[in-house]
Every structure is written in C-alpha cells, then in structure tokens.
Write a protein that binds this ligand. Structure first.
Ligand SMILES: [Zn+2]
Length: 322
C-alpha cells in the first residue's frame, strides 16, 4: 500500500504567517486534513505529522516520515510577504531533490493551476529543513499568500476543488489512479459544487426519474425543478402522497415530507444529498444519511436560520428546494 506523509505546517505557539485573525497554522491544518481524508478514500495509507493545533518541531516531522516506509512527503503552507500584492501558488523541493520529487511537484503545481490560481509561481528549489531532512521525495506547497485577500478568497471558495486536485495528483504520483472528489469530501461549506458532481446528479435524475435534463454540470432552474419532481415521485411511491408531479414545492409537497435523520437510507436521502451539494454543502451522494450528511444538514440549517437539529424535515426541505 502506498504511504504519504501529510504535514500541516506550523501549529501550537507557532502560528506561521498571520493576517488579522487568520493564522497560517489553521489554514494548513484544514487543507492537510481535507487532502488526507481524500487520500484515505483512495486506499492510500496516510500518516499525519499533526491532526490538531500542536507544535511539532521540524526535525520531528522528518523523523516521523523517516521512521516509516514512505512514498511521498508533502508539507502544507500558506505564503506571506510584506508586499500585499504578492500572490499565487508555488511548490518547493530541496536543492538536490530527486527526479521523483521534481516530477511529483510539477504535477501538483499543474493540478492547482488547472483549478485556477491567481498566479503560477512554479516549482522552486529551496534549502528547507523538512525538504532536506526527509528521506522520501518531499515537497512543500505554498497555497497562496495569507496576506493577499484575493488568494484568501480563492483558498476559501475553491477549497474543495483544491483538495480534490491535490489528492488526485499526490495519488497519481504514488501510482494510484483515483478521483477522490467524487462522493464528496469533508471540506468547506458553501463552495461551488464541482461541475462533475452536478453532472452526476443530472445523470441520475435523468436515469431514475426521466428528467430529460441536459447534462451540462450547471445547476439551473430545470435541474432544480427536476429535483423537486424526483422528491414528489418518491413521496408518492413511498407514502402514497398523491402529489401532482409538477416540480413546484407547494404546501402539499411540504406536508407530505417525513423527517430524515442519521441512519435513514434510500432515494429520499439521495435527493437530500443532491440538494445539499447543489447549495454548496458538500457531502456524499450515497443515499445513506451518515455523520457527514448530518453535519452538512446542520450547517445548512444554521446558514438558513433554521433550527440546527440535523434532522431534515419539511422546513429544511422547503428552503433546500428553493
Ligand atoms: Zn509556513
């Protein structure tokens, strides 16, 4: 099994770069954990140097890697500069890095450029402790400047897309072909859903409910209507609700909804998950109401001033289907 060390830079009393209330150590941990989750889903053995806000000395990070049989070491950082105009993404490797490290770094950098970055600063060589002292091919990613507002905006709004792209690239560099973004992640909320995920929802709506949608990856009015129709079809089949399948979420449709909660399964859960994803609350599309779906239901409820109980009932569906 391939093994990758995921190193979230800084931590504890070492905040890294700071911009107001935004600490590099927190951004690093967030993206590192999101990438690690995805790599695990690809069947890769993930070793974290930290999973909480603790200080880990630099040499200890390399030691963790060197004590294991590791294929790749990746350190996650945000850049900083006194000039707030400095921006963009770069990947660092050691001065005398192996070809393997260079190739992995170039692939990673390109994957992020493909998602979209403010500027491509390329792959650079540097004499940094974690790169020098780690035996495995090692790289250090600077995912935008923490003191550049547009880079922060990209970090937040494209968080899931970055995590997907990083994980896919790292997996490929250790010989694993995997698309960890499918099925969702545990990353940020309210990000734009990926067009691939929307396409997959549209395809299912067509196949399962004869929606006749153009599979274009864009969540527009027709897709919304198709999801409400799917909901009405399911409510009719499961509970004999006798609803008109008109794609309009009215009082009768609302009244026919029964609560879904953690442990629920089936097509109604799939419709709930599709609705959450379309609203930017990324979750799995597996028709199983698991802990992650519950977390995203709560997040959706909080964001929409609904009682945040993690139970998807009539009120939650009403807002979700808007
Ligand atoms: Zn740093």
């Amino acid at each position: 099994m391939a093994t990758i060390v995921i190193d979230a830079g800084h931590g504890g009393y070492d905040a890294g770069a700071v911009n107001g209330s935004r600490y590099e150590k927190n951004d690093n941990l967030r993206i590192a954990m999101a990438v690690g989750e995805r790599l695990k889903r690809c069947g890769i053995n993930v070793i974290y140097t930290r999973t909480t806000d603790v200080f880990v000395p630099l040499l200890e990070r390399s030691r963790i890697s060197n004590n294991n049989n590791v294929d790749l070491f990746v350190s996650f950082h945000r850049n900083s500069a006194s000039n707030p105009a400095a921006n963009g993404v770069e990947t660092l490797i050691y001065n005398n890095a192996s070809n393997q490290a260079l190739q992995a770094a170039e692939a990673l950098q390109q994957a992020l450029v493909n998602v979209g970055v403010q500027s491509n600063r390329g792959v650079k060589r540097a004499n940094l402790s974690v790169l020098r002292e780690t035996n495995a091919p090692a790289m250090l990613l600077e995912l935008g400047f923490i003191n550049n507002e547009q880079d922060n905006e990209l970090f937040d709004s494209r968080f899931d897309a970055y995590a997907d792209a990083i994980a896919r690239s790292l997996a490929q560099s250790v010989g694993v072909n995997c698309n960890p973004g499918n099925g969702g992640g545990n990353g940020g909320n309210n990000g734009d859903p990926s067009t691939a995920t929307i396409r997959s929802i549209q395809t299912t709506l067509n196949a399962r409910y004869g929606a006749g949608l153009t599979v274009d990856g864009i969540w527009g009015a027709q897709s919304k209507k198709a999801l409400i129709r799917a909901l009405q079809i399911e409510l009719n089949m499961l509970y004999g609700a006798g609803l008109a399948v008109d794609g309009i979420f009215g009082p009768r449709t609302k009244a026919a909804i029964r609560n879904l909660s953690q442990g629920s399964r089936g097509n109604l859960v799939w419709i709930l998950q599709a609705g959450l994803i379309a609203k930017g609350f990324e979750t799995a599309l597996d028709s199983i109401f698991g802990p992650r779906t519950a977390t995203q239901v709560r997040a959706f409820q909080t964001a929409n001033n609904l009682a945040s109980d993690g139970i998807a009932g009539p009120n939650t569906f009403e807002v979700l289907m808007r």
